[in-house]
Design a protein. Structure first.
Length: 276
């Protein structure tokens, strides 16, 4: 991925397409917490290339005061990240814009109770025990618990405690799935997970051949999964999903530099063969 040091003739179409998609996600994310997670998982957003792209968009939309102001704000935010750090910059902008979560005070009784409950949840002996804990503590399904998860993830990530970060992310995403499909179905999925690479291959082939109406939804799922893979430092999965994203954005497979190995390379080859 570009670090912003390339000259223009070194920038590939893949890089431009990916950056355009990331900037679109970044600008349209509903909250600063969502924007922060995207920046943390995609360093290219802090590159000179991204800054130049936003500058170009500012010129393009200079006659639209709403868009022009929004682009200026997002460009300033990314520049501030490079100066003081991602977490610090977003805290400044949240304060400035008045976006304050309901649970940010770690000294408050309510939040400390959530922190304690999350600790018990992620250290349960198995998924059955975790489910029982959740059923006894439904507060973990509230939106403020999700925000506490994100703060804990940021805290432990800054300390370099990757094992705890991984557990927090897995359990946070499990709770999000519980909200979407119910506790029973979500835990059944955890106990008997589908083969992830098979799901990626089958869904990608399907939306590019038989189910084009589902393509946009699958592309959004792939992009979010790529952010999660970056959070977990799962580089092979991140690189596979990057290639799939480009494919779903109409980049021909022969023009996608998919530097993959082993099962991830096999998954990519299966996708390419399936759409030809």
């Amino acid at each position: 991925m570009s670090d912003g040091s390339e000259t223009p003739d070194q920038i590939t179409d893949d890089q431009i397409n990916e950056l355009a998609a990331l900037l679109h996600e970044f600008i349209n994310a509903e909250t600063f917490y969502g924007k922060q997670r995207l920046v943390e998982g995609n360093a290219v957003l802090l590159s000179n290339l991204a800054d130049s792209a936003l500058a170009g968009l500012q010129l393009e939309f200079q006659d639209n005061p709403v868009w022009s102001q929004s682009l200026l704000m997002h460009r300033s935010l990314l520049r501030r990240c490079n100066v003081v750090g991602i977490r610090e910059a977003f805290e400044e902008f949240r304060d400035l814009m008045g976006e304050t979560p309901n649970a940010v005070d770690y000294e408050s009784v309510q939040v400390q109770a959530l922190v304690d409950s999350i600790g018990e949840f992620i250290t349960a002996e198995d998924w059955n025990d975790a489910r029982h804990w959740l059923e006894d503590h439904p507060e973990l399904l509230r939106p403020d618990a999700d925000r506490v998860f994100d703060r804990l993830i940021a805290t432990y990530k800054s300390r370099g405690q990757s094992n705890i970060v991984r557990e927090l992310i897995v359990h946070r995403d499990l709770l999000r799935t519980c909200r979407e499909i119910g506790i029973e179905a979500a835990f059944e999925r955890m106990a008997n997970p589908p083969e992830t690479l098979d799901v990626i291959a089958e869904n990608t082939i399907a939306v590019l051949t038989d189910r084009p109406d589902e393509r946009d939804n699958w592309l959004e799922t792939v992009r979010l999964s790529r952010v999660r893979a970056a959070e977990l430092n799962d580089l092979p999965m991140r690189d596979l999903l990057r290639a799939v994203s480009s494919l779903l954005d109409d980049v021909p497979p022969d023009e996608i530099a998919a530097d993959l190995e082993g099962d991830h390379a096999a998954c990519w080859n299966r996708i390419v063969a399936g759409i030809r």
